[in-house]
Design a protein around this ligand. Structure first.
Ligand SMILES: [Ca+2]
Length: 335
């Protein structure tokens, strides 16, 4: 594996000393929304920053109890509408649509619609979801439904996004694929990402001792194409796949099973980012850092940059001198 030709040092774009995680880039422009834990009590909230590092700010907060307004999944932009969907896990768990405003939004209610947030899906059955994505054109939604307390099934479902009106994650839309194997249920469909028009889905799934990436054509449910094999063969983890705007490439997080050492102490392997050409199954490392984890990538609308979250895996606060250990967002050019 080699570094990409022309790869350059990533540029840090957030400065807050709390953690910035799970960034998602607006298909319409230069705004990136993400999860932050900067609020008192560190309950997750929603923040945004411009790709040039300006306008870093809180966008929406919820009740400072439980798991909060941005805890159920990665955020998802609704095409170029300027609207965003968040997974909220206060009391009943729901996927909520809202539109970021110049003023910070505050959600006071535990469940249901309010002035700014409308329910698109309700997570039913006592299980979980944790995965929600919308195709780049805003037309198709993908989510996971898990029945943890029930029969141990995990499903991926799809629906036209405009059709979501507050139904249940267990029965809305159409089934793409389901796993009934309880042994693997916790690892089934760890991450999932929709193609630009919702025409295919890339997943990360348990594979051997690791995780590999797989492709499902929406028109041929049940048929699975394996895109990586080092999970099965060597215990590598391939996670968090995101598909380029042209639908031809994937950036994902990957890590080897081999730990890393600093000052005689061994730490788990850190995450790096990799680029995969879907048709050629050619994998290129975009980062190769020791003891720094790069994860949660998201593509710029023109496909020339990605934003991701980075933190020091030793929790030693070595991001910058005199700064506490914290996760930050970075941009990386992709040539
Ligand atoms: Ca930070």
């Amino acid at each position: 594996m080699v570094m990409a030709a022309g790869a350059v040092e990533p540029v840090r774009i957030t400065r807050d000393h709390a953690d910035e995680m799970l960034p998602v880039w607006d298909p319409a422009g230069e705004t990136i929304v993400y999860r932050t834990n900067r609020e008192p009590g560190r309950v997750p909230a929603i923040a945004s920053v411009s790709a040039d590092g300006s306008k870093e700010r809180l966008v929406a907060t919820g009740r400072q109890e439980g798991f909060g307004i941005c805890s159920g999944s990665k955020l998802a932009w609704v095409g170029k509408s300027g609207k965003v969907v968040t997974g909220e896990t206060s009391q009943f768990h729901e996927f909520l649509e809202f539109k970021p405003e110049p003023e910070r939004l505050t959600r006071e209610v535990l469940d249901g619609d309010d002035d700014h947030f409308s329910v698109k899906l309700v997570i039913d059955g006592g299980g979980g979801s944790g995965l929600f994505d919308i195709s780049r054109d805003g037309q198709v939604a993908l989510w996971r439904h898990s029945s943890i307390g029930g029969n141990g099934t995990v499903s991926l479902r799809l629906a036209p996004y405009p059709d979501l009106t507050g139904g249940k994650t267990s029965e809305t839309g159409a089934l793409l694929v389901r796993r009934e194997n309880t042994r693997e249920k916790d690892a089934a469909f760890m991450d999932g990402s929709l193609g630009p028009k919702g025409e295919f889905v890339i997943t990360s799934e348990a594979s051997g001792a690791g995780y590999d990436l797989f492709l499902y054509e929406v028109k041929a449910p049940g048929k699975r194409t394996q895109l990586t094999t080092k999970g099965r063969e060597k215990g590598w983890h391939f996670r968090q796949p995101v598909i380029s705007p042209d639908g031809k490439k994937i950036v994902c997080a990957m890590r080897s099973p081999i730990g890393e050492t600093r000052q005689g102490r061994i730490y788990p392997a850190s995450w790096d980012l990799a680029l995969l050409e879907i048709g050629e199954q050619k994998l290129t490392a975009l980062t190769a850092t020791q003891l720094l984890s790069e994860n949660s990538p998201s593509w710029s609308p023109d496909g020339t940059r990605i934003v991701f979250s980075r933190r020091d895996t030793t929790e030693a606060g070595t991001v910058e001198p005199a700064e506490p250990d914290n996760a930050n967002l970075y941009l990386l050019k992709i040539e």
